[in-house]
Design a binder for this molecule. Structure first.
Ligand code: PLP
Length: 230
């Protein structure tokens, strides 16, 4: 069932688009099923959950942290995380630098840019993004590799809004790439990832230039959140 879902999505993806299977809230058995079907990249949005699941899948599994990350939790994922998608401040980048150095590794990250009209309180606006990119250097952050941008579109059925937001992020991404020499920490060989698109909007995202999509419910089914009652 999960294998078939993954296969169906894969058949719709151009070769340059990478699929992240978003497994947040889902039990490890379902991740194993996806792994058996050949899926290697998994996305989680909670540090505790990722840390609990990581030892239960084979070592070649890629763990992508896709949600907001608190600085005091970076140390738990620093030894193994494959890509942090949602870096949105210099202070978080500083902490990732420190924890990556302690683990003697270079941690790849994406900068989250705020593109939606509403919702998400997280992400940099364009001015903050460029400020941050001007201030990071290879000397200040030798253990961090900034590999691209990530965005979440407005949750709407109006495709023209989604298209406008994704196209805006794609343009920002290309502008940075076209002036890559202005940004001391970046280089064209590694600043290559544009992470946008989820279950409901990944086709639009790919048409707008995405090369990494984060898909949960289309693979694993709808998520059920536990409602706490007194
Ligand atoms: C949950 C989540 C997804 C996947 O959402 P689906 O609609 O289930 O595909 C993608 N990206 C982020 C940042 C998420 O939190």
């Amino acid at each position: 069932m999960i294998g078939a879902n993954i296969e169906k999505i894969r058949q719709q993806l151009p070769g340059h688009v990478k699929l992240i299977a978003v497994s947040k809230t889902k039990p490890i058995e379902l991740l194993r099923e996806a792994y058996t079907a050949g899926q290697r990249a998994f996305g989680e949005n909670k540090v505790q959950e990722m840390v609990a699941k990581q030892p239960l899948l084979p070592a070649d599994t890629e763990w992508h942290l896709i949600g907001h990350l608190q600085r005091n939790k970076v140390k738990y994922i620093a030894p193994f995380v494959h890509l942090i998608h949602a870096v949105d401040s210099m202070s978080l980048l500083d902490t990732i630098q420190k924890e990556a150095a302690k683990n003697n590794r270079i941690i790849p990250v994406l900068l989250q840019v705020y593109i939606a009209k509403e919702e998400s309180k997280f992400g940099l606006d364009e001015v903050e993004l460029l400020q941050l990119l001007h201030s990071v250097t290879g000397q200040s952050h030798p253990n961090v590799s900034i590999q691209g941008l990530m965005g979440i579109a407005t949750n709407t059925s109006d495709n023209t809004i989604i298209e406008r937001e994704f196209t805006g992020l794609k343009n920002t991404f290309e502008q940075i790439r076209n002036h890559i020499q202005n940004y001391p920490a970046l280089n064209a060989a590694t600043f290559t990832i544009l992470s946008m698109g989820m279950s409901n909007d990944f086709h639009t995202a790919i048409n707008c230039g995405s090369n990494m999509i984060r898909v949960g419910s289309l693979i694993f089914g709808e998520r059920q959140y536990i409602v706490h009652t007194e």
